[in-house]
Ligand binder design. Structure first.
Ligand code: SF4
Ligand code: SF4
Length: 126
């Protein structure tokens, strides 16, 4: 068994869990959007669960159904970091900057509502 970090950690990363882990098996780099538990090093002590402010950490068998994919993702991170990062981005697309018109689905943002006449067209005088 192992403990697993799940989706609520994404883009939070306050690292309270790292400070309490007795075997230093919770890892990340600045390129990561979440932290990952090495399943080969975790000793199942549960010390990291309560300090997490967003309840992201579960024993693998207690993960909510919709979070079970993170067992595989935590494990994958220690074999292929880029692949794990891509899985996280697929599940939780990165937030877009407000001035970026391209939406998460790749489409363009809608233009503002028409103002009554086309751009470049002189208003009609009555
Ligand atoms: S369960 Fe214990 S050993 Fe495993 S990640 Fe949490 S604090 Fe570390
Ligand atoms: S304490 Fe929770 S939110 Fe913070 S880094 Fe650890 S798992 Fe992520």
């Amino acid at each position: 068994m192992t403990y697993v970090i799940s989706e609520p950690c994404v883009d939070v990363k306050d690292k309270s869990c790292v400070e309490v882990c007795p075997v230093d098996c919770i890892h990340e780099t600045d390129d990561d959007r979440m932290l990952y538990i090495d399943p080969d090093e975790c000793i199942d002590c549960g010390a990291c669960v309560d300090p997490c402010p967003v309840d992201a950490i579960y024993a693998a068998e207690d993960l909510p159904a919709e979070q079970q994919v993170y067992t595989e993702i935590n494990s994958l991170y220690f074999k292929d970091r880029d692949a794990a990062r891509r899985r996280v981005d697929d599940l939780r697309p990165r937030p877009r900057l407000p001035d970026n018109p391209v939406q998460a689905d790749g489409s363009r943002a809608k233009a503002p509502a028409a103002s009554g006449h086309s751009v470049g067209e002189a208003p009609v005088r009555r």
